[in-house]
Design a binder for this molecule. Structure first.
Ligand SMILES: NC(=O)c1ccc[n+]([C@@H]2O[C@H](COP(=O)([O-])OP(=O)(O)OC[C@H]3O[C@@H](n4cnc5c(N)ncnc54)[C@H](OP(=O)(O)O)[C@@H]3O)[C@@H](O)[C@H]2O)c1
Length: 323
């Protein structure tokens, strides 16, 4: 994994610095995303994580543009991550998607663009993100993502994107990209938290200088209904995390985030509360002892909150493997 610079940044293989706490923006829309991003910038957040499919790039771009124009930040202070959706994997669609994201985010360049998922779906005229056929079945497509990757490499070469990476990929799927790439992935974004510690992907990526961003680092307690299943324990209710938090006079969220950052991950917690925005940034002085690290490590239970069950049957959906 990239060299750690005081844990506040991760150094990517190409030298760019990724702030190790970013603002997650999934499920933040309209006025709400504007308010949260603006507050977050005031509080010191400089890394924003969005995606074509979050439907909020335009609002985020408005806030950042006005902040830059008012002189309170500069573009180079910011690190903007977005993601190419499953329906735009064809090379020409990738370019179109990146151009759209740049236009919406009102920026000359994107810091990091990820392939959001390895499963491709057929684009229709309405550009539905979940395109269905007449029988109501999702329109799956088998597609070699080396082609998508080459298109992203061209965006790096023409300067519209600085770094490129992957999300929700298995080791085999990452290896497929490595086998055909001229520019290495700089980052893998994956679900990762105390209940899903992702040891095999962590080791694989560390050995190849691919940094890791943990999504849903708090266990995604606010995830949508279609991602909820019975018998899924709530990470933020864990008694071990609670006892460690009391010993440090920190909140449970701060322990969960501080622990991931101490291990060298980037985290992108999402919150719409100002108090929690502050809390989630104040994690850099969380020095966990060896015995606490052992206790947290023992919480690994393979519990995945985002199961993507609706992708069952897609050739690139591999729920039996780590991703
Ligand atoms: N690449 C992918 O496929 C993928 C998938 C999922 C997520 N992501 C990214 O990762 C980000 C974070 O993941 P996530 O939103 O699923 O889950 P998360 O950050 O683990 O959890 C967010 C939830 O936790 C609550 N929360 C935030 N801070 C808290 C605190 N200090 N104490 C208690 N509760 C707190 C929030 O509620 P309030 O808002 O009410 O505070 C919200 O309901 C997303 O926003 C997105 O940017 C990427």
């Amino acid at each position: 994994m990239g060299v750690h610079i005081c844990n506040r940044f991760l150094k990517l293989h190409n030298g760019y610095l990724l702030p190790s706490v970013g603002l997650g923006t999934y499920q933040l829309l309209g006025e709400s995303v504007c308010e949260v991003v603006d507050k977050a910038i005031s509080l010191g957040y400089r890394h924003i994580d969005t995606a074509h499919s979050y439907n909020n790039e335009s609002e985020i771009g408005d806030v950042l543009k006005s902040r830059i124009e008012s002189g309170s930040i500069t573009r180079t202070d910011l690190f903007l991550t977005t993601k190419v959706p499953d329906i735009l994997h064809e090379p020409s669609d990738v370019l179109e998607g990146v151009e759209e994201s740049r236009a919406k985010l009102k920026t000359k360049y994107l810091d990091l663009v990820l392939i959001h998922h390895p499963w491709t779906m057929r684009k229709n005229g309405q550009r539905d993100l979940k395109p269905m056929d007449s029988k109501g079945e999702l329109q799956f497509v088998k597609f070699n993502l080396q082609k998508t990757w080459r298109s992203l490499e061209n965006c790096v070469k023409d300067g519209t994107v600085r770094s490129i990476g992957l999300s929700n990929f298995t080791i085999g799927q990452i290896q497929n990209i490595l086998d055909g790439c001229t520019i290495m992935p700089a980052n893998l974004q994956l679900e990762c938290h105390a209940y899903l510690q992702q040891k095999s992907l962590h080791e694989f990526c560390k050995a190849r200088d691919i940094t890791l961003t943990a999504y849903s680092p708090l266990g995604a307690p606010g995830r949508p209904e279609h991602h909820r299943f019975t018998d899924q324990p709530v990470l933020l209710d864990d008694p071990i995390v609670d006892s460690i938090s009391q010993a440090h006079r920190k909140t449970k969220a701060q322990i969960l985030l501080g622990w991931l950052v101490q291990k060298g991950f980037c985290v992108v917690p999402k919150t719409k509360s100002e108090k929690r925005l502050t809390e989630n940034l104040e994690i850099f002085n969380t020095n966990l002892s060896n015995s606490e690290l052992v206790k947290l490590q023992a919480l690994d239970r393979g519990i995945r909150y985002f199961k993507f069950k609706y992708m069952t049957g897609h050739p690139e959906f591999k729920p039996a493997e780590d991703f």
